[in-house]
Design a protein around this ligand. Structure first.
Ligand code: AMP
Ligand code: MN
Ligand code: MN
Ligand code: MN
Length: 289
């Protein structure tokens, strides 16, 4: 099997990345990516730009998004790949998922004001590329700018995670809805960075079982968020649940991301890559042989 350099998870200014879709496409191609997907949070507005940029650079492309889901009171991310980006039900589902973000951001700002951090809402807005998609990442950038923290990871640890002053609990999409929006638009639903969730083994088993029951078919095995041991663990779970395996850096910004586009280890050879199952959905670059 020829293992291609696929990177099927990253973010642009359409959500919480710092680079435009076209610039990301160039960076991916420069780093040797052969098959790319832009997977902005809860939004497909960048898909046609990403697709056109990939085609111009001779890079194959799969449509993508990353849907915020609440499962067992925990936020879980479901990546969608290879769907029709103009599908109306998918677009409506994503719009509903984005819906509460502005109000949540106001409440986050109020929480931060109570510990003496003023003007966080306006400050975060300066970093927002898409007014529908204000996220914790934009607050993190503002708190680094003001010198309250030295990097965004410190901001999350001290201010933006559960129990901290800027954290506002939020209910996102339901797992079954997210999987259905993606699948009914012709795509594949993939569990994003599974090691990031603080689940007990029982809860994790429930996530995988329910995900499969809803029609989910993939899991990220190789991601910037996984250690070597976690790569093995989720390769085993992919086999146990008969899921295809995905690979994606989750790149957001040259200044913030530890893993650059296209620089991850290969998928273990024993797994079926998502791009094999999605072959008919790959937009082949006209320039490729
Ligand atoms: P939101 O959708 O507004 O809750 O923001 C979630 C985003 O915050 C994720 O997609 C990551 O980009 C970012 N994020 C979450 N946790 C951390 C962390 N510990 N360090 C840096 N970024 C994080
Ligand atoms: Mn993000
Ligand atoms: Mn994520
Ligand atoms: Mn992501």
């Amino acid at each position: 099997m020829h293992l291609i350099n696929a990177d099927l998870h990253c973010h642009s200014t359409v959500s919480d990345g710092t680079m435009e879709p076209e610039a990301l496409a160039q960076r991916a191609q420069a780093n040797g990516v052969e098959l790319w997907a832009l997977t902005d949070h809860d939004e497909v507005k960048g898909q046609h730009r990403a697709m056109a940029a990939a085609a111009a650079l001779g890079m194959d492309y799969l449509t993508g998004c990353e849907i915020s889901v609440t499962f067992a009171d925990v936020t879980v991310h479901i990546v969608g790949l290879g769907f029709d980006a103009d599908d109306e039900a998918l677009r409506q589902g994503l719009a509903a998922t984005r819906g509460g973000r502005a109000e949540r951001a106001r409440e986050m700002s109020d929480g931060l004001a109570q510990v003496g951090i003023k003007g966080a809402y306006e400050g975060a807005l300066k970093y927002v590329g898409n007014p529908d998609l204000i996220s914790r990442t934009h607050f993190a950038r503002f708190l680094v700018e003001t010198g309250v923290c030295t990097d965004t990871h410190e901001v999350f640890r001290r201010f933006l995670t559960e129990g901290k002053p800027g954290f506002i609990p939020h209910r996102w999409a339901r797992l079954g809805d997210a999987v259905r929006w993606i699948t009914q638009a012709g795509g594949m639903a993939v569990i994003a960075h599974p090691a990031r969730y603080k689940f007990t083994p029982t809860e994790e088993y429930a996530l995988f079982s329910e995900f499969v029951a809803h029609g989910g078919r993939g899991v990220e095995v190789i991601t910037g968020a996984h250690s070597a041991a976690e790569q093995v663990k989720y390769a085993d779970m992919a086999q146990e649940f008969q899921l295809c395996a995905s690979r994606g850096s989750d790149f957001h910004s040259p200044d913030e991301s530890h893993t650059d586009l296209g620089t991850l280890p290969d998928l273990p050879g024993r797994l079926t890559p998502v791009w094999e199952a999605l072959a008919p959905r790959v937009r082949r670059a006209a320039a490729s042989a």
